[in-house]
Design a protein around this ligand. Sequence first.
Ligand code: THU
Length: 122
Amino acid sequence: MKDYTFLIDKAKEAKKFSYAPYSNFNVGAALLASSGKVYFGCNVENSSYGLTICAERVAFFKAISDGEREFEAIAIVSDGDDCMPCGACRQIMAEFCSPDFVVVLENKTFTLGELLPHAFEL
Ligand code: THU
């Protein structure tokens, strides 16, 4: 598989902007669109906890709202061990990406098909 170390480095850059005063759990994501452009995302928390949004979804929504519709890979980093994307983020990925979309963590790489088999779709 292709070397996505560069994308992990970009996710580390994105993590610097994490706004996580409630959990103190900083997450960064870097989403590689098929256009070649990389979109950064970080988690953004809120005092009304449920309004918090994950780094991955921020990256996706930035890209989608810029007109991107095809994606190759996303890298995700946190302060701790490999940060597995939550179920909500996996479903957002499935909306726009095929099962061979690559999810790159610092120590392991998955395909979206491995992380969300039998995804719901209309
Ligand atoms: N978080 C992410 O940004 N991405 C994940 O994949 C898992 C969790 C954030 C949400 C919240 O700000 C903090 O991590 C703790 O759950």
